[in-house]
Design a protein around this ligand. Structure first.
Ligand SMILES: NC(=O)CC[C@H](N)C(=O)O
Length: 221
């Protein structure tokens, strides 16, 4: 099983994401944003956190137009798995692979702390926790305020596509949404960082289960 992690100028969680995939048993290839094709046989594409292109224009907006994004879009539209974390979630909404947008935090401040999450929508990313269970993950963002119009939010909730909700909303996100799934549940975007809570040295291993279950599900698929 193989993961590709996309690297943009300003990515700063690309190595962390690669380590989390590797620890869970996936082979990983780093892919520079100027490439136009994914490596052969990629099962999942990771779009990492960071400050791609200095967050100029809007977080993720320039990265969403990078040369590699055409191949990521084709991978997602063909039913491939894509995991976008933080800036990666922002990139995925900018590409249209996921609905909604990430606005400036309601308090207008960068927030860097551990928050509580409740697990919802069924997917290879969330099944390792189980619906209704809670976990704690770090957040580190200034544009994490999830926005979508009411009919889109109703649709996401009706289809069970809210993957995670904040237990104590830190940023003003609509309906406490911290992560959303694509219609086929194979594309996940989330603001909290599971890769920063993936081994004992991090002081929190709540994120490891996401990667471990994902690998198990891909291996048996
Ligand atoms: N950690 C991140 O990926 C941050 C994303 C983005 N730069 C923001 O601050 O909102």
């Amino acid at each position: 099983m193989k993961a590709a992690v996309i690297v943009f100028p300003g990515s700063n969680c690309d190595r962390d994401m690669a380590c989390a995939f590797e620890k869970a048993g996936l082979a990983v290839e780093m892919v520079w944003h100027k490439d136009t094709a994914l490596p052969q046989g990629v099962d999942i594409v990771g779009v990492p956190g960071g400050f791609s292109f200095g967050d100029y224009l809007r977080c993720g907006a320039i990265a969403a137009n990078a040369p590699i994004i055409g191949a990521v879009r084709v991978h997602g539209e063909r039913g491939g798995y894509v995991l976008g974390v933080c800036n990666g979630f922002q990139v995925l909404t900018e590409t249209g692979l996921l609905p909604g947008a990430l606005l400036r935090n309601a308090g207008l401040k960068y927030i860097c702390r551990t928050i509580g999450l409740q697990v919802e929508g069924e997917s290879v990313y969330t099944e390792g926790y189980g619906t209704g269970s809670t976990l704690a993950l770090p957040i580190a963002h200034h544009d994490g305020n999830y926005f979508a119009d009411d009919s889109t939010l109703d649709m996401l909730e009706g289809e069970g596509r809210v993957a995670f909700r904040y237990t104590d909303n830190p940023n003003g996100s609509a309906r406490d949404i911290a992560g959303v799934l694509s219609e086929n549940r194979r594309v996940l975007g989330m603001m909290p960082h599971p890769e920063r809570a993936a081994e004992a040295a991090h002081g929190n291993e709540d994120g490891a289960r996401l990667f471990a279950h994902l690998t198990g599900a891909l291996t048996t698929a």
